[in-house]
Design a protein around this ligand. Sequence first.
Ligand SMILES: Cc1cc2nc3c(=O)[nH]c(=O)nc-3n(C[C@H](O)[C@H](O)[C@H](O)COP(=O)(O)OP(=O)(O)OC[C@H]3O[C@@H](n4cnc5c(N)ncnc54)[C@H](O)[C@@H]3O)c2cc1C
Length: 420
Amino acid sequence: MSDSEPGSPKTAAVIGAGIAGVSTAMYLQRDGHAVTVFDPERPGSMTSYGNAGLIATYATLPTATPGILMKVPKMLMDPAGPLSLRWTYLPQLTPWLLSLVRNSAPDRIRRNALVKSLLLNRAWDDFRPLVEAAKAEDLIYAGGMLRVFRTDQAFEGMKARELDLMDYTKRSYELLNADEIRQMEPALEPIFPHAIYSTDSRNIRNPGRLTEVFADHFVAKGGTIDANAVTDIARTSDGKWRVKTDRAENVFDAVVVAAGSWSRRLAKKLGIRLMLESERGYHVMIPTPEQGLNRSVHFGEEGFMMSPMESGYRISTGVELAGIDAPPDYRRIRRAVGAAEGFVKGLKVEEESIWMGRRPSTPDTVPILGGVSRMDGLYFATGGAHIGMSLGPTFGKIIADLVAGRDPGIDLEPYRPDRW
Ligand SMILES: Cc1cc2nc3c(=O)[nH]c(=O)nc-3n(C[C@H](O)[C@H](O)[C@H](O)COP(=O)(O)OP(=O)(O)OC[C@H]3O[C@@H](n4cnc5c(N)ncnc54)[C@H](O)[C@@H]3O)c2cc1C
């Protein structure tokens, strides 16, 4: 990278102000670098705004397992099911889908889960310093995550599909019976005989606000936020990076692309092919019931999550493959959430707001993290998909280590941005 020594202060551009970009900016700033974050949207207002708020240390399972793939045709036909596809988008999606299917082979699933678990194992250790620095402790609690099942069949199916992988990747969990569920969550209707409890996951009461609080802290410490979209990135003749917006051009020692689902477009300008698709997901906010839940609860048969948030209950679900730009289709989530009324005592499914977000997803479900060969000073921090909120600070810490020339403490080969 340029002519500055490893470890010496540098100028750095971070593209994207979601949890990945803002956490990276904070970690770079802690090393004394002069950091500018580019984003035309408010920090934390895109995908990092509306997720379920779990620091999901349990989540090593990939999107596609052989069991799930068998169910795809039925899921696509179900108008309230969690999976949907815009058929007009299928031609563009095909390479990614084929790679997803290749990655559903049992040996790939185990390898990819292990690779993700190495990041998840350190997620809270990397989160905590940022939460403490930004004095955002009130936005986090250690509630874990409960997945409940009404039927023996769904519970046994989950066990057959997932427990072996949970054990292989050393996730901590407990299997609970109806009595134990009732003790943990008295507000649930007594219709769930089975649950799996992920003990060490943490919960964010408002992920959008947490990202915003991080960004405010970054600015208070002298960081810059430039509210313009980056239109181009190019290498200068002396090995630095020119970052262009419609308003200006600036040169930096280092550039980090953390633009979520939009990162693929920026990578293309640099001649790098990212296998990155937008896995769109939805939420509906409803009023907090009188007797509340103590943590996020996932309903196994319906496939949606209910999370107590700072202002109301968030029901989130959905994997819609339709590209970045297609308008939202709220019909599925609206059909799905009706079922929630019978699950929690006194719950009223009255829609207060509805939202769609775009998970940046790779077909191997492994994030895109690290530098690019023969492009010193260029880094990527994206591809967090279903665990992108959990991993933002880990992305940031690892990128800061690379920029500083420190050992990031992890072999980054599996996450290479130029692996396709
Ligand atoms: C329904 C749902 C539930 C979820 N639940 C969880 C959960 O419980 N736990 C979890 O860990 N994860 C969860 N996720 C996933 C998580 O929300 C995402 O992986 C994560 O927020 C991605 O963060 P990001 O910073 O990469 O992207 P984003 O938050 O999307 O931020 C990317 C930013 O880049 C900006 N940008 C784009 N192009 C440019 C450009 N050219 N120039 C400048 N800026 C640009 C965008 O404006 C945007 O602000 C969920 C997602 C969904 C949809």
